[in-house]
Structure formats: structure tokens, C-alpha cells
Design a protein around this ligand. Structure first.
Ligand code: SF4
Length: 367
């Protein structure tokens, strides 16, 4: 099939089958997508499923409705709004991008891919997606879905991350946007086709607008194209964490330092090594710690096990340190705590035996 035929059939299919997603809403005053919404969604969608982003996107926008409000926000408030979505580096880069947009572009998101790429966290894919989908630029936007679809339709063998495959796909995607009436629609249609029809396992070729000309389908090679990537080695990490409460039921948290896991977020006081005297190593001298179970977290290439130790601080001020703070339950809900630590806390605090209310003296209830 020629690029013209591919672009036309894909455009028709996308206009009929596209999912109704909040970041696809058009601003009636401009007739365009809202650039700031597109920027936030592109950062959130990196390595994250649409269903998950749908939970976080409206809440984040409610908290930071404009690029200016995001640029002016404190780091910890941005991380708190991102907490639970994972890959926190994206939140920091989005925040930095908002500051650059306000500081250097008077709050206007650039419309050309070269300038977009100067923003922190914006690579070739995000710049291409923003420039074409929001501003109509004739540039490709190649993500993992696009690579898979184009390798299959052209029957091109090779791994998806092989530089030769990527060069091939980039050339095919560039041909499509060169002939498309709406380059952004073709780019988004390609991503949508990969996400909903030409999926990694069991593509639904019967529902595909390109089925008639697809070489992988014709040759029954959809399982072999693209060639599976070698899975990255997953390493394990064991951390010891203290869940310390005081007489008012507050929990002690520390801010994870730069370079550590969950940097900038609040977490339980944590040690990586196996200290013989855990409380002293954590700066919690005077708190007696007992084992209290485990929690597990899966990060991109790491399985993290949190070994939990429970303790009570009779003297909360003695546990204070720079970057440590006591949180009551209301403050804990608002704080930017990593999901692994939040999960560990929920398990332990819920399991805490509740004090039984004292029964008022009176007649015994009937059994
Ligand atoms: Fe993918 Fe099947 Fe469509 Fe080919 S026909 S592009 S393999 S969904």
C-alpha cells in the first residue's frame, strides 16, 4: 500500500474509533487541543498505561490548572500530586519544563519541534507528538506502538530497539506525515492502532484498517515481528524501614535525599545496609524497634523489599532531624509519599489495635 492509501485509511479509522480521552478535548476558543493539557498527558503517559493516567490527570490539572500555576508550585507539592503514578523523575522534569516555558517563552508552549526539544524532559517523540497533534506540524512521532505497527505492516524483521529498525520506521512515519491531510491525526492514529488493535500479543487484525495490505499478517509473522527484546535484568534491593509513631498517633517520615530511590518524596526512615543496631543507624536512639512484616514494590528494573520495623517514640523531639517531620493522618494523606511506603504504612496503621471505647456503666445488653 502506498503512503497515501495508508494515511487515508488510518485517518478514517481513527476518526471513527478513537477513544474519548480528556487530553484530547479541543479548546473551543482556538479550535485546537490545549497545549498545556497535551504536555501534562505526554509526560504522564511515558511508560504508564492510559487507565492509570486517567486517574491522575484530572486531579493534577485541578491542582495545577495552568502552566503558570505549575511553574510557581513548590517541588514537594508537585511530587505530592504525582505520588502514586511512579517514575517521579517525570514530575521533576515536567515542573522544570513549566518553569522554562514561563521564564523563557512568556508562558506560551513552543509550537515547533526543535524549540520543544529544548524543554527539560522533552525528547524527539514528545516534541513530534506535541508539534503535530496540537500545532499541526508535519513531523513524525515514533513511540513503541508506532514501531511495532510499522514493522508489521511492512513485514520488516528485526528487534524494536535495533537502530536499523528505528531508522526504517522513522522513514516510513515521515512518509505518512508528508502526505497526510492532518499529520497529527495520522500520528495519533498510529499510536492508537498500536495501543488498541495491533497489540504486542494477539493483534486484532480483523479490526485493522491496514489488514488488506499488511505483510506480517499475510505471511503469518505477527508473532515474530518485532523480534522480542531481551528482557532487562531485574535486580533486588532490600531496605529496612522504621514505622515510628508517637503518643498522638503521628508517624515519622523523612524526605528521601537526592540520588536515592524516591528522591524528594517523603518515606519512612530507611536504611539500605543491614545495621546491627537499626534504631541507632536511623537516628532513632531511644526507640525500641520490633519486626513488623514486609512490603514489596516493583520499580522499572528493581524488586524492592521493605522490611518493616515498628516502634513508639516516647519523646518525639528526640527523633527530629533535618528533613524529618511528624505527620498526623490528615497531613499524611496530602503528603507526597511513594506508593510503596504508603502501602506499607496503610497495612501497619490499619492493623494497629484500636483502643476500645469504655462502656458506660448501665444495664448489660442482651446476648
Ligand atoms: Fe497489526 Fe494485524 Fe493490522 Fe498488520 S493487520 S498492522 S499485524 S493489526
Amino acid at each position: 500500500m502506498t503512503p497515501e492509501v495508508l494515511a487515508r485509511s488510518l485517518t478514517r479509522w481513527f476518526q471513527k474509533s478513537r477513544r474519548d480521552l480528556p487530553w484530547r478535548a479541543v479548546d473551543p476558543s482556538t479550535g485546537q487541543r490545549k497545549p498545556y493539557h497535551a504536555l501534562v498527558s505526554e509526560f504522564m503517559l511515558q511508560q504508564t498505561q492510559v487507565a492509570r493516567v486517567l486517574e491522575f490527570f484530572p486531579v493534577f490539572l485541578q491542582r495545577f490548572p495552568t502552566v503558570e500555576s505549575l511553574a510557581q508550585a513548590r517541588d514537594e507539592h508537585v511530587l505530592a500530586a504525582w505520588a502514586g503514578l511512579g517514575y517521579y523523575r517525570r514530575a521533576r522534569l515536567l515542573h522544570a519544563a513549566a518553569r522554562t516555558i514561563v521564564g523563557e517563552f512568556s508562558g506560551r508552549i513552543p509550537d515547533d519541534p526543535e524549540t520543544l526539544r529544548q524543554l527539560p524532559g522533552v525528547g524527539a517523540y514528545t516534541a513530534g507528538a506535541m508539534a503535530s497533534i496540537v500545532f499541526g506540524a508535519r513531523v513524525p512521532a515514533v513511540d513503541g506502538n508506532v514501531v511495532r505497527v510499522l514493522l508489521r505492516v511492512h513485514g520488516r524483521a528485526g528487534a524494536a530497539d535495533d537502530p536499523r529498525s528505528l531508522r526504517f520506521v522513522h522513514a516510513r512515519a515521515s512518509e505518512l506525515v508528508a502526505v497526510a491531510r492532518h499529520p497529527g491525526v495520522v500520528n495519533e492514529g498510529l499510536m492508537e492502532l498500536g495501543a488498541t488493535v495491533c497489540t504486542p500479543a494477539n493483534p486484532r487484525c480483523g479490526a485493522c484498517p491496514w489488514a488488506a495490505g499488511c505483510i506480517a499478517r499475510r505471511d503469518e509473522r505477527t508473532r515474530d515481528i518485532p523480534r522480542p527484546k531481551r528482557s532487562p535484568r531485574v535486580t533486588g534491593l532490600v531496605l529496612r524501614c522504621a514505622v515510628v509513631t508517637d503518643a498522638r498517633g503521628r508517624v515519622l517520615l523523612e524526605r528521601a535525599p537526592a540520588g536515592a530511590l524516591w528522591a524528594g518524596l517523603w518515606r519512612l526512615p530507611t536504611a539500605e545496609m543491614t545495621p546491627r543496631r537499626l534504631a541507632a543507624a536511623l537516628g532513632l536512639a531511644g526507640v525500641s524497634l520490633r519486626r513488623a512484616g514486609r512490603a514489596r514494590a516493583t520499580l522499572s528494573h528493581r524488586q524492592v523489599e521493605l522490611r518493616l520495623w515498628r516502634g513508639h517514640a516516647a519523646n518525639p523531639t528526640a527523633c527530629r532531624a533535618e528533613d524529618r517531620r511528624w505527620f498526623d493522618l490528615a497531613a499524611l494523606r496530602r503528603a507526597g509519599v511513594s506508593s510503596a511506603h504508603r502501602q506499607a504504612l496503610a497495612g501497619l496503621l490499619d492493623a494497629e489495635p484500636k483502643k476500645r471505647p469504655r462502656r458506660a456503666p448501665g444495664p448489660r445488653s442482651r446476648q
